[in-house]
Design a binder for this molecule. Structure first.
Ligand SMILES: [Fe+2]
Ligand SMILES: [Fe+2]
Length: 193
């Protein structure tokens, strides 16, 4: 499939560039910005799946994204956001179910992503033409579909509730932990405490 150059450039830029680190001061907005990048990742996975001649540079970038940014984002949620929302689940059974579903999806996606990473690495290192086989194409389609559903659940339900329920102290802790995962020092840390 032939990519329109501007479209291709935007996809490469989106996969390469993290949101500005200043946005980490607002951790929920940072997660929303990461979700926009993940939507673009799904489009690229569809492109690769549907192509007889995938763009090698895009395959490489989406591989890096899955190995680094995507994994770190899931850690931000599993170790930060979801535990911070447990107290809401204690008083709201439906929300408790939502949190359990998200965790289950993270587990399922982790398994899929591990296999996709391995297949994409094989594809890139293959001496043959860069053509995804049937198994890889199917897995890319499945992951793009389930990940888009996951993003809807997080953006439409979980993050609005987080905005309403999380205290400023909890948000500061989320922010600090997300900075630490990215080896970024909080500003003014030397003078703190
Ligand atoms: Fe997310
Ligand atoms: Fe998630």
């Amino acid at each position: 499939m032939v990519q329109v150059p501007a479209d291709r450039d935007l996809k490469l830029k989106t996969l390469r560039e993290s949101p500005p680190s200043s946005l980490l001061d607002d951790p929920l907005e940072y997660l929303i910005a990461e979700h926009a990048r993940q939507r673009m990742m799904c489009d690229v996975l569809d492109d690769i799946s549907n192509s007889d001649e995938p763009d090698k540079e895009l395959v490489g970038e989406v591989l890096n994204f899955l190995k680094e940014d995507f994994k770190r984002h899931v850690l931000d949620e599993e170790m930060g956001l979801l535990p911070a929302l447990e107290h809401v689940g204690q008083t709201d059974a439906r929300f408790r179910d939502v949190l359990a579903r998200l965790r289950q999806q993270h587990d399922e996606h982790r398994t899929l992503v591990t296999e996709i990473i391995s297949l994409l690495e094989n594809l890139l290192s293959s001496a043959k033409d860069l053509v995804p086989d049937r198994k890889l194409s199917k897995m890319l389609q499945i992951f793009a579909t389930v990940e888009r559903d996951h993003l809807i659940l997080e953006n439409a339900i979980v993050l609005p509730i987080a905005k309403a329920e999380l205290s400023s102290g909890t948000l500061v802790k989320l922010s600090r932990d997300m900075m630490a995962r990215r080896s970024i020092e909080p500003e003014g840390e030397d003078n703190a405490e």
